[in-house]
Design a protein around this ligand. Sequence first.
Ligand code: AMP
Length: 214
Amino acid sequence: MRIVLLGPPGAGKGTQAKDVSEKLSVPHISSGDIFRGEMNAGTELGKKLKEFVNAGQLVPDDLTTEIVVGRLSRDDCASGYLLDGFPRTLAQAESLDRELGAKGQKLRVALNLDIAAEKIADRMAGRRMCRQCGASYHLVTLRPKAEGVCDRCGGELYQRDDDKPETVKQRLDVYFRSTAPLVQYYQAKGILKQVNADGTPEEVRQRVFAALNV
Ligand code: AMP
């Protein structure tokens, strides 16, 4: 089961991806989490990534594809995965298709979390993330049981630098310019499923599971 999760920043991809990957027992491969791991570890690669990420820009396609496709060749991805945040450009989608084609593999579903642009800024302003495991929370719609502490692992919750208002607008511009065309790309391939992402995390989860027949 190879799935791509699409949708604008703030649509709830990370939150839904964690539930779907647990339900299907496939790894959740988030390009953003991989990049933040490098950035938090302060590696040379992390420093390079930080310049793009904190400016709300996309990391160049070649570098992104090398990192993410490299991750997909590990053993835990052999029988499937859930991709969250990759591909984000047509060039990345085509590279992924080429890599899959070379192995005789295919994507099963591209699931688009559909949400109106006006709703996104509020979602991103309230978002908090666990430093340790990457779980997402929201100050209003998905509160942790104890303030500032992750329910899953007890890690500290923080606001991502790129969720601050000055960067959010840039990320949305990038989304509409570079990533939104992927919806048509996967529709033309006949594997697109649309899910209305306007609702509580639980409501959206039920729609996502129904769309995936799980
Ligand atoms: P995310 O956690 O998916 O919102 O990603 C955070 C940031 O990482 C994005 O705003 C980009 O700067 C970078 N990033 C994540 N995935 C990609 C990708 N597929 N292509 C280019 N940049 C990416």
